[in-house]
Write a protein that binds this ligand. Structure first.
Ligand code: PMP
Ligand code: GLN
Length: 399
């Protein structure tokens, strides 16, 4: 047919944001912040436009940004990359992911991801003709009654086969806020090495970590750097999801293949934003900590409110999202609930099942994930407070 399987449908985020706009609901669905970027970053973009940096930049990205990416990776992760041959600027992490999979996956190759996974992964695996295999995230309840989402090291090996070509890791993880611990990451590296698969790691939430949780970049593990494509983006770190500036770091052979595809997707990426993002990446450590600390306070507000309302909540160590189990409120189907909630409560959330393959949420180890909702806390405090008040009124008769 003309269309690749289902890829022509609008994404769940576009649909739920439209629903929020139509109903006036508090939008805890799509993950975009209501916060402004750091002043110096915003001003640098304005200055670049005024200074005439408005035409095609170099295909691999402005040298100033490639150098800043390399410096940033060395400062925070201890990784050394050559800015000239091992760094590529892309149109967000989205293009980086698409170009990487289209460059490295041949029809019939198997691609391993966690499940749930960021929705784009299944789409680009399908566009590349790959076969999607998954490692399930499991759930359990801890002593205080909270939901715990985790990946068992023992679950990793089962997703691999002799046909595994690529392993697409995401840590910190969307939609769960899970940070993969080193033993799980090492197991992924070892399994990939055993079948000579490429590792791709999406680390767009690398700086949004809370309570001292430490992000382990996959490429920093023993034996990983030579076979790992690392992807990140300015959107989350500097609250500029609309700028669409991302980057890839990888050894020259891998990067050349990815650059080859990128040139046919977008050719180049937003000229005036590149120098501005370079300034952001060079901000002192405290600026990165401040952004995370500000988000942590909003996470705590949402987590505390949801618990009081009666949801079973997973406290995320990172990222933008809280997973809330609606089963204690009598709601076993979060997909149906998410459709009703804007009208019934004036709140938009995304069902976790949107991040699973068809039918897979019901099979999640440790419990059915179909009752789970993903709620974003990267919003203004008044938006979160309004959503909590509305959910509280909605839940009152159900407690
Ligand atoms: N990967 C993950 C895990 C994400 O959550 C997102 C979007 N928020 C992206 C990639 C896309 O990033 P970008 O906006 O830089 O394209
Ligand atoms: N990454 C954001 C989320 O998970 C939204 C990205 C998008 O709209 N495609 O909500």
């Amino acid at each position: 047919g003309l269309l690749v399987d289902g890829q022509a449908r609008p994404t769940v985020f576009a649909r739920m944001s439209a629903l929020a706009a139509r109903t006036g609901a508090a939008n805890l669905g799509q993950g975009f912040p209501e916060t402004d970027p750091p002043e110096v970053v915003a001003e640098a973009a304005v200055a670049a436009i005024r200074a005439g940096r408005n035409q095609y930049p170099p295909g691999a990205g402005e040298a100033v940004l490639r150098e800043a990416v390399a410096e940033h990776q060395q400062r925070f992760h201890g990784l050394v990359w050559d800015p000239a041959s091992e760094v590529l600027v892309t149109t967000g992490a989205t293009e980086a992911l698409a170009a990487t999979l289209l460059a490295l996956v041949r029809p019939g190759d198997e691609v391993v991801t966690l499940e749930p996974f960021y929705d784009q992964y299944a789409a680009v695996i399908a566009l590349a003709g790959g076969v999607h295999r998954t490692i399930p995230v499991s759930s359990r309840t801890d002593e205080r009654g909270d939901l715990v989402l985790e990946v068992e090291e023992a679950a990793v090996a089962a997703a691999f086969s002799a046909r595994t070509r690529l392993v697409l890791v995401n840590t910190p993880h969307n939609p769960t806020g899970l940070m993969l611990p080193s033993p799980v990451l090492q197991r992924l590296v070892d399994e990939a090495a055993a079948v000579d698969a490429v590792l791709v790691t999406d680390e767009v939430y690398e700086h949004l970590t809370y309570d001292g949780a430490v992000h382990t970049p996959l490429a920093a593990l023993p034996g990983a750097q030579d076979r790992t494509v690392s992807i990140s983006s300015a959107g989350k770190t500097f609250s500029v999801t609309g700028w669409k500036i991302g980057w890839v770091t990888a050894r020259p052979e891998l990067l050349t293949a990815i650059t080859g595809v990128k040139q046919w997707l977008t050719y180049t990426s937003g000229a005036p934003f590149q120098g501005a993002v370079a300034e952001g990446l060079r901000l002192p450590d405290e600026a990165f900590t401040a952004i995370a600390e500000d988000l942590r306070a909003r996470r705590d507000l949402l987590v505390g409110g949801l618990r009081e309302i009666g949801f079973r909540v997973a406290v995320p160590a990172s990222g933008y999202f809280v997973v809330a189990d609606a089963a204690p409120l009598g709601e076993a189907d979060a997909a149906a609930l998410a459709e009703r909630l804007p009208a019934e409560a004036g709140v938009v959330g995304i069902p976790l099942s949107a991040f699973y393959r068809e039918g897979a949420a019901a099979q999640a180890p440790g419990g059915d994930a179909r009752a789970y909702l993903r709620l974003a806390f990267c919003k203004d405090v008044p938006t979160i407070e309004q959503a909590l008040e509305r959910l509280d009124a909605w839940a009152a008769p159900r407690r």
